[in-house]
Every structure is written in C-alpha cells, then in structure tokens.
Design a binder for this molecule. Sequence first.
Ligand SMILES: [Mg+2]
Length: 225
Amino acid sequence: MHPLLLLWDIDGTMLFTKGAGEEALRQTLKNRFGVLDDLGGIEMAGRTDTSIAKDICDRHPTHNLQPNDLLDAYLEVLPECLGQKKGGVFPGVRELLQWSHEHSEVHNALLTGNIKRGAFIKLGHYGLANFFEFGAFGDDSPDRNCLGPVALKRARDILKRDFHIDYTWVIGDTPKDIACARALGCKVLAVATSRYPVAELEKHGADFCVANLSDYKAIIQRLES
Ligand SMILES: [Mg+2]
C-alpha cells in the first residue's frame, strides 16, 4: 500500500456549525468595533478567513478596521457562538478519522480556509482536534489555491516521508476545494454534505463524489486504488 495523505477541509466537510463563524464575526463587528454589518453579500463557503476579513474591512473604510484585529477578536467570541448554535459532525467523519488514525500508512492533515487557531477551536469543540497535528490554513495565504503546496511540504517535513500526488487527496465540499486540489495536482474527494449536490461537484471535476462519508471503508478502498 502507498502512503495515503488526506487533506481535510473543515466547514461543510467534517462538520457544520449552523453559522457560528458568521455569528462570531457579526458579534465581533458590533460589540468590539461598533460596526453593524449583517455580512449579506459576502461569500463565505470555501474561502479563507483572511480574504473574508479583508472584504469585510473594505466595506467599512471609515472605521479603519484591520483584518488581523478583526480575526483576533473573532477568535475570542467563536467558542461561545459554537456553544450557542447546535451544529454537528457529518456521518462517517469520526469513523474515517479513527480508522486512518489506526493505520500507519494513512495520514490526516488540514487544508482549510480557517485561520489556524479558529480551525482548532472548531475541531476541539466537536472532539476532532486530536486527529490533526498540522495542516495549511487561511493565515498561510488568503488564496486557497496556494495552500495545497504548503500542506504537502509540511506533511513531508513533519512526517518524514514522501507522498505521491496520486495518493494525496483533498477532501472538501465546494468547487473551491476542487480548484485547490487541481492547483496542487492531487486528487479530490468531494462530499455533498453542504450546499453543492453530487452532480454539481462532479461537473466541477471532482475525481470521486459521495453524498457523505458514512460508507468510509468503501471510500478508503477507492482512495487507495
Ligand atoms: Mg468547506
């Protein structure tokens, strides 16, 4: 068996927060910076926190908001918002992570638009943080398509092994995850657990699409083949 590297997106792929992240941004803007913004018209799915924060700051030029300050303050509010919204983990995610954790040839890492601290707050809230040691995050680059090479380099450096690009899979829920995998040249497993149905993810060129990860043993077989 070839060593398998799984690069996981978080929101919409592993878990859903019922909008806790957006709510944390709204509350931060209002309570910390005195900015009223319902965040309408700002696309969130599949984007990096850093590019979203820049868009928000650009909408309020008179407030002289800085993206880093906004995100630092957001992290303070995020845990409480995750507790208020009743999100959850999608079917099969915990099982697939547990299975791969027990198999030394399969490695999990993150490839997410969340900034690193936000990623681990979300994963920690749902008891998934211990499955991940490293990854590439929204604070590595505002451009998601630049994150794949960062994740792959960290995997090689930290795990001290080489990963063939054909056995490196991005797991994500949006066309932006598919584009990010294409930019890296690796495979992509698309999960139709959020906004995009299987047919649309296939249309965007995913190598393998599933409704969810509940049949995780069959999915692993496909990733290894
Ligand atoms: Mg996602």
